[in-house]
Design a protein around this ligand. Sequence first.
Ligand SMILES: NC(=O)c1ccc[n+]([C@@H]2O[C@H](COP(=O)([O-])OP(=O)(O)OC[C@H]3O[C@@H](n4cnc5c(N)ncnc54)[C@H](O)[C@@H]3O)[C@@H](O)[C@H]2O)c1
Length: 347
Amino acid sequence: MGRVRLGLIGMGMIGKLHAETMSRMKDLEFVAASDVDAKHQKTAEELGTKFYQSYEEMISKEKLDGVVVAVPNELHLPIGSTCAKKGLHLLMEKPIAADLESADRLIQAAKENKVHLMVGHHRRHNPLIEELRNIVRGGKIGKLVGVTVLWSLYKPKDYFRGPFAWRAQPGGGPIRINLIHEIDNIRYICGDITRLYAEVSNEARKFAVEDTVSINLRLAGGAVANIFLTDTAPGNIGYEANTGENLFFYHSPENCYIYYGTEGVITFPKMKKFFYRDAAKAGWQFPLCEEGIKIDREDPYTRQIRNFCGVIQGSETPKIDGVDARKTLEVTLAIQKSGETGQPVVF
Ligand SMILES: NC(=O)c1ccc[n+]([C@@H]2O[C@H](COP(=O)([O-])OP(=O)(O)OC[C@H]3O[C@@H](n4cnc5c(N)ncnc54)[C@H](O)[C@@H]3O)[C@@H](O)[C@H]2O)c1
């Protein structure tokens, strides 16, 4: 097989980033992009790719192997299914679909048409996350005891205004938009989540959607985890700001995760490990050793597209397929449910 031929559907906030990424990559052909909004034609031309206002026209006129789909969540199922019927492999932005029933239908459509369905939980492609997973799964901090996740980044008022007013309405809150990434990271690094309980609040902004969430989780291996998230306090702790992965976010080199094991504790993204070197001097009265872990950085969005190309060529498996991404969505939706009912959810 020669260079993989890709198209893009949706050139909004994340679609533009995919367009820029694909236009830089030599190992694929970025054949065409589409968006119902004609203003994106200029960007497509600047990036040297063809532009269509109708994605149906794009997929019928162009010879493509796969498409990256970056449209609003409700369109993931209809657009994804149409592309699957055309035999196109899918890199679908996260969440896999707007709800679990749509996710099932999309997984089925991909299966029936024998195309791969990969989902854009791009953090799995970040070398920092991969290393954290290797450390935890490789027993390098002993048996995992618990995890702390913090996310406190302030969303400006404009984020909720004009064409973005949907973000203040059900379906648009930080649980589905932001927290889903934290759930997927925990699942990717630690394994399945077996039970959760959430307190969900909209006290600060008084929107129909939440602004602050506190969650307790039980993990399959026996460890426990907690997540605190708010988009209404001027905080400097949150994956996007702390990793510097996407410099749209003001870069603040703090830690947002702590992973606790019986033999050591590791902070993320500073990737510092704390432990006792001498078992005879292990205890809270003794000083700890601190060890830095060196990791070569690489852009996760580029690695994600490379994985998609490898999947299409048959040389790689998807870092996250439809079934796995459905599980992440299921847990994320259960947080909302637990907040509404005041009850834990068991999986
Ligand atoms: N991986 C990430 O970190 C990340 C970040 C942001 C958004 N997302 C996901 O990406 C998707 C898009 O989010 P966004 O923030 O870029 O939204 P957006 O509103 O900025 O962009 C969506 C684009 O889709 C276009 N569109 C709508 N209907 C279309 C159609 N029928 N054909 C072609 N184009 C169409 C719109 O005109 C718009 O340009 C969502 O599913 C979202 O959850 C993922």
